[in-house]
Design a protein around this ligand. Structure first.
Ligand code: CP3
Length: 359
């Protein structure tokens, strides 16, 4: 393929893949086929991932650029998705500055000493990406040299990363996090301000090394009411989006159960808003307003249900979008580990074959 140009020169990578359907769809521009990729496309659904992943924690795998590069490329080769997403994790910057956390297999991020008091702010120094996460930048460098399609860089949004640091482990209701918001608003904002700076430094360094788009994961923002989101989360995600506005690359903003927040996610400055399966794309489009592209929104459990169920549901997603050029096909949340990868490949073929884009 020959989408756009590749560059060996770090100062000259912005604008690479501008003609690629993924980038054009992010910008709502006409293109010739519906682009598709899957959140969590790299990972445990792939036997080739399990074969090379090793026995350490995922943080060990991320610290190995050759391994992370290969893991990022595996789903691109297998499924022919239109974009690669960097193999890393949203807690990598906090880990890299020594906050003290691990990612426990089958559980998720776990923190040795959760963030609870003013004193804990001192544990969140600024990120120096070259010194603190050289392995991430080397992985981005290797990927940009290898790939013939866009690489998506990413970071966790302040609210979602804060929820891990404050709770100390994955949580369903985020009760301790929300108590801190309600009881100590200055501390909450100070925490999120530092997490916004971590996200900005990390994303900017990924862009500088050649990422063609970025995604801000606010996976758990759906636990907030619109008023809570506006007061406690939006200012910090807006700060991240604003800081990257001049980079000239698409900024995707994603969360789960955010149907009531879609307009607010867009208003942070995002170019693309991720939609889970609970809101049809036709309705989501009304909620984000014009000029914003949508990403989604196939229910990931339809992949588990097999090729017939997934095909039927994927056709419904395409029909709901009705040929709008501002659509990147994806799941509504990540690939579930038990998914059959053959079904995912079949969905990519279907979207490329049957997806139409109005000009
Ligand atoms: O393929 C991709 O999408 C890129 C890689 C990626 C990972 N994590 C790798 C990973 C991305 C984009 C993330 C982001 C991430 N990490 C999010 C936001 C996305 C989402 O799902 O909403 C969140 C909430 C996390 C925190 C986290 N890390 C969780 C909840 C888990 C799952 C724990 C488990 O074992 O089930 C992780 C670990 C993790 N991150 C895995 C992978 C492939 C699985 C563990 C492993 O292989 O060791």
């Amino acid at each position: 393929m020959g989408w756009g140009r590749r560059s060996d020169n770090l100062g000259d990578v912005s604008g690479a893949f501008d003609d690629h359907p993924f980038i054009r769809a992010c910008r709502g521009l006409p293109h010739d086929r519906v682009p598709v990729w899957f959140m969590r496309q790299a990972g445990r659904s792939l036997p080739e991932y399990r074969a090379i992943r090793g026995t350490g924690t995922i943080l060990d795998a991320i610290a190995d650029p050759d391994l992370s590069t290969e893991i990022t490329l595996q789903p691109v080769r297998r499924h022919n998705v239109d974009a690669a997403i960097l193999y890393s994790d949203i807690v990598v910057p906090a880990h890299a500055i020594g906050f003290g956390l691990t990612i426990t297999p089958g559980v998720g991020p776990e923190v040795d000493e959760p963030f609870r008091h003013e004193d804990d702010l001192a544990r969140l120094r600024p990120l120096d990406p070259e010194a603190d996460t050289p392995y991430v930048l080397e992985t981005v460098r290797q990927l940009v040299a290898e790939l013939d399609r866009p690489l998506i860089g990413f970071a966790g949004a302040p609210f979602t990363v804060a929820s891990y640091l404050v709770e100390g482990r994955p949580s369903r209701d985020h009760a301790i996090t929300k108590s801190m918001m309600f009881n100590n608003e200055p501390l909450w904002h100070a925490l999120c301000d530092r997490l916004a700076d971590l996200a900005i430094a990390s994303l900017q360094s990924q862009i500088d090394h050649g990422a063609s788009a970025i995604q801000l994961f606010d996976s758990w923002a759906g636990s907030l009411s619109p008023r809570q989101y506006q007061r406690y989360a939006a200012p910090h995600s807006t700060k991240v989006m604003d800081a990257l506005a001049d980079a000239g690359i698409p900024r995707i903003h994603f969360g789960v159960t955010t149907g009531e927040l879609l307009g607010q996610l867009a208003a942070t400055g995002a170019d693309v808003v991720g939609v889970d399966w609970r809101v049809p794309l036709s309705e989501a489009r009304n909620r984000v307003g014009s000029g914003i592209s949508l990403q989604g929104n196939l229910d990931p459990t339809t992949i588990l249900a097999g090729v017939d169920a997934a095909t039927e549901a994927a056709r419904e997603v395409l029909a709901d979008n009705d040929g709008h050029p501002g659509h990147i096909f994806n799941l509504g949340h990540g690939v579930m580990p038990a998914s059959d990868p053959e079904v995912l490949t079949e969905i990519v073929r279907l979207v490329h074959r049957e997806g139409t884009v109005r000009t």
